[in-house]
Design a protein around this ligand. Structure first.
Ligand SMILES: NC(=O)c1ccc[n+]([C@@H]2O[C@H](COP(=O)([O-])OP(=O)(O)OC[C@H]3O[C@@H](n4cnc5c(N)ncnc54)[C@H](OP(=O)(O)O)[C@@H]3O)[C@@H](O)[C@H]2O)c1
Length: 285
């Protein structure tokens, strides 16, 4: 039995889809905070079980019979360490044969503000003694391409990443990596630094958006505080705006760059190109 937590999230749904390419649905558990949001997953034939990171009893019930568990990191910034600890403790009680965790690129040395909770979670997994695989996911290309339609309308992409090169990959690439680890062997004890095959600057992202849309789109680099204020102006919650603007500043210093190509090597195919990701949001695929 393979259990995926956070299965109603964007990455979680893609991991379930990737697993179902090779695993019978009856051996897959979608562990979710809100089962009422998982009707489409139940329709695929997977077992839907309630698993709230803040409710240890729900985690024990969800992990019954689990051989492998994928802990998809919580999106509740600031609450993640206790939530993840609860999942690790439940996985330990369930005596799972593999715990995989979605961390962040170079969690132990990263300058990203959001890396601290990931690094602490990795330490907690190590201390648990469970056989584990750490999937240190780089940036999702969607973090940037989600804003492209708006940028095309406005003629500009805003950010604080300067000339920093970003080796992002699509969520589906990271989902394939998780499915590969959950269905294969020999991954226990491994730490994978996962990122896209090629990297781009936000100026290059703007150029790609211009090329595909036929409209003028430029990149405007702004100070981190101005970028954060702009994101709040676009309706993002303060915590997310702070996280994204901090990450952009770190990106300007190389925090989102990597050229190890461990992701494509793990999944056995090239990562999704920037052009394809831009085309996906501009309806050109
Ligand atoms: N690498 C990157 O660029 C990047 C970017 C953003 C986030 N991330 C990290 O990667 C994770 C997955 O990304 P995503 O795009 O799938 O994010 P997402 O769509 O926001 O999904 C997050 C999932 O966490 C679940 N969750 C939150 N609190 C929970 C709790 N108390 N108990 C059980 N489940 C809980 C959510 O449940 P509900 O469905 O019920 O809300 C959701 O399914 C994020 O949570 C975040 O840690 C990485």
């Amino acid at each position: 039995m393979i259990v995926v937590t956070g299965a109603t999230g964007q990455l979680g749904r893609l991991v379930i889809a990737a697993l179902l390419k090779t695993v019978p649905a009856g051996q897959v558990v979608a562990a979710v905070r809100s089962p009422e949001k998982a009707g489409d997953l139940a329709a695929l034939g997977v077992q839907v079980r309630r698993a709230d990171y803040t409710d240890a009893a729900s985690l024990d019930a969800a992990f019954q019979g689990a051989e492998k568990v994928l802990l998809i990191s919580s999106n509740e910034i600031g609450q993640r360490l206790p939530q993840h600890r609860a999942v690790i403790d439940a996985a330990k009680r369930a005596d799972v044969k593999l715990l995989a965790y979605t961390s962040v690129l170079r969690a132990d040395t990263s300058t990203l503000g959001l890396a601290a909770e990931h690094e602490q979670t990795e330490q907690a997994i190590k201390a648990s003694g469970l056989p584990a695989t750490i999937l240190r996911n780089g940036w999702y290309t969607e973090n940037y391409t989600a804003g492209v339609p708006n940028a095309v309308a406005q003629g500009a992409i805003y950010g604080s990443a300067g000339d920093g090169r970003i080796a992002s990959a699509a969520r589906s690439d990271y989902a394939d990596a998780a499915a590969t680890v959950l269905t294969g062997s020999g991954h226990a004890g491994k730490v994978y630094e996962l990122a896209g095959d090629s990297a781009y600057t936000l100026t290059e992202l703007a150029a790609e958006a211009a090329r595909q849309s036929g409209k003028a789109v430029i990149y405007r680099n702004v100070p981190e505080a101005d970028y954060k204020a702009a994101l709040i102006g676009f309706g993002l919650p303060e915590t997310i705006a702070a996280l994204l603007s901090d990450s952009d500043t770190a990106a300007s210093q190389g925090a989102l760059f990597d050229d190890g190509r461990q992701l494509s090597s793990l999944i056995g195919h090239p990562t999704t190109s920037l052009a394809a990701s831009v085309a996906a949001v501009l309806g050109k695929h």
